[in-house]
Every structure is written in C-alpha cells, then in structure tokens.
Design a protein around this ligand. Structure first.
Ligand SMILES: N[C@@H](CCC(=O)N[C@@H](CS)C(=O)NCC(=O)O)C(=O)O
Length: 232
C-alpha cells in the first residue's frame, strides 16, 4: 500500500529579508533529496498564534511536518525523521549514522546560535522600538564580539572538514544538509567571505538540484501571495 505523502507547513508569505531563509526550506530540501512525495500547506501570515496551529507547533512557528496522521515540529527533528525514511541522506553504517546525528546537533546547537545572535542584533538595530531597546548603540557595540563567536565556530568547522567535500563519510548526508541550511543566514550576512573552505562547502551544496528546487518553491509561494500582504 502506498503511504500518504508527507506535508510541510510553511508561511504563505514573509517580508523580503526573510525570504529564502524560512526553515521549511530544510524540510523541503530533505524531501527533495530523499525523493519522497510531499505536499505543502501554506499557513496564512498572522494566523500562527491561533489554537489550530499551536496544537501542532506550540511556539507558533513554522515548519511543521505531517506524516502518518500525526505532526512533528522543530526543523532538526523533522529533517532527521525524513532522513530516516530514505537511504539518500543517512548511511547504513551505524558509526556513520551516529556521526551524522552529532553533526546535525552541532549545526543546530553550536553553529546556528552565534549566527542567530548576529541576526538578532540586525533586528535590534533596525527595529529598536519593537524590542523595547533603549540603548540604540548597543547592537553596534555587540556586533564585533558576536562576529568573533561566529568566526570561531566557522574556523573550527573548516578545521574539521579539512579538504573533504562532505563532513561524514564519502557522500552527501543529512549532516551536510543541516550544516548548509544553518549557513544560509550566515551567507546572507556575508559571514562566509572570510572562510573560503566553508564558503566553497556552502556553494557546493546549495548548487544541488534539491536545494534549488526547495528554494524556488518557497520563493514562488511568497511571490504568489505577495499582493495580498503588500496591499494591506
Ligand atoms: N527551532 C525552530 C525555529 C523555527 C523558527 O524560528 N521559525 C520561524 C521561521 S524560520 C518562525 O516561524 N518565526 C515566527 C515566530 O517565531 O513567531 C525550528 O528549527 O523549527
């Protein structure tokens, strides 16, 4: 019997600065790499705090993965679950699978936090009132030490990668997918420019057809729905 397609819940539109960075991209990319059929549920912007959505994502965020009559949240958990469904993203060797799990967590817990700290400073600087920020110079003062934290982790990642094209074993895995995915925001802020090996890694993996398709699909939905929000 054919299993029902998985579903990915994504926003129907976000402002331009966020386009291409919304985390449903990770699930779409994993599903493309895995060759699994899926459908996308577009959540109208502004409804993420409603009980219907909170029942599936308690923080009012996207993405949500639907599978086999239930849902999951947290992009890392969802991508890992997708990876388990296919040989395309997870090696069969237990040691390599364990290494993939470590690197997926490293992407989310070690690399992404300092990158997001810099992203948050960008928000604080642009919209101080929204965050109740009285010291308007604070984000600029914090940018240098925050950038240092990003540079430290990117250098360490480059050291671990060495001259290999993928971080675990000989082929592309879920570990490369998640590492590349968390680098999307870093690349948008030009943080990879001082890290040529990481930049090459990022460019190599974002050139994959699965990533290009996932990104194009996310952007197409935003374009389709833009008129509704821009007119508001
Ligand atoms: N840790 C969560 C973060 C999800 C997240 O930050 N989603 C953003 C879009 S990329 C969102 O829904 N933001 C709206 C909000 O936080 O209210 C995950 O990886 O799934």
């Amino acid at each position: 019997m054919n299993r029902p397609a998985m579903t990915v819940t994504a926003f129907d539109w976000v402002p331009s600065f966020a386009q291409g960075q919304v985390r449903d991209l990770r699930l779409r990319w994993a599903l493309e790499e895995a060759g699994l059929p899926y459908e996308v549920n577009l959540l109208p912007q502004g409804t993420q705090g409603e009980p219907d959505h909170l029942a599936h994502q308690p923080f009012g965020q996207v993405p949500v993965l639907g599978l086999e009559g239930r849902t999951m949240f947290e992009s890392g958990a969802c991508v890992w679950r997708i990876a388990e469904e296919s040989d395309a993203l997870l090696p069969t060797d237990p040691a390599l699978r364990d290494a993939c799990l470590s690197w997926v967590f490293a992407a989310l817990n070690t690399l992404e936090p300092p990158i997001m700290m810099l992203a948050m400073l960008w928000f604080f600087e642009r919209w101080p009132e929204r965050f109740g920020l009285e010291d308007r110079e604070a984000p600029a003062k914090l940018r240098l030490p925050a950038r240092g934290e990003v540079d430290k982790r990117l250098s360490q990642f480059a050291g671990a990668l060495g001259d290999r094209e993928t971080i675990v074993g000989d082929g592309f895995t879920v570990a490369d997918l998640m590492l590349t995915a968390v680098l999307v925001t870093a690349a948008r802020m030009d943080l990879l420019d001082d890290h040529p090996a990481v930049k090459a890694y990022y460019d190599r993996h974002t050139a994959r057809p699965g990533f290009r398709k996932a990104l194009a699909d996310q952007l197409a939905a935003f374009e389709d729905n833009a008129a509704r929000y821009q007119a508001a």
